[in-house]
Write a protein that binds this ligand. Sequence first.
Ligand SMILES: [Zn+2]
Length: 170
Amino acid sequence: MTLELKGLYTGLKFSSAHVVFGHDSCGVIHGHTYYVDVKLYGEPSGDFGFILDFKILKKIVKKICKTLDHKLLIPENHSNLKYSITNNHIIYTFCNKDSKKEYKIPLEDILLLPLKGTTAEELSIYIAELVKKELSNLNIDYNINCIEITLYEGLGQGATYRISLDNENK
Ligand SMILES: [Zn+2]
């Protein structure tokens, strides 16, 4: 059975800026409003027969959205990106065979992410892993087999990532 939250209708969204480094049209700083759909695959259990209480799942995903909201998202593991952090700024350089760009941005404006890029694909993986971790920390994942995150970059276009939970031993 699946339990689902649609970001558009449940306020699971954030607005952020990013760069798809080296891309023709998306290689400049620009922004999106992102919506997060969450699906949990599992079995109903407990007193109420829930896979998980909607309220709890909403709270977890909203908290993740809040950390990403109103930030310039920077992928710290991008292969063509070098960065250094000084007092209150990050200075980073993107360099490939066609171009070199240097940025200096106040730290409070950015979020450095442990990713190779900030595409919808990468961000959907990042969010799925955070949801998995939080469900495990709260010890409320025992009847959940799988988490699926669809991250919409604007309305109508998104990337979906599905992550399994290792619940065999519980
Ligand atoms: Zn974009």
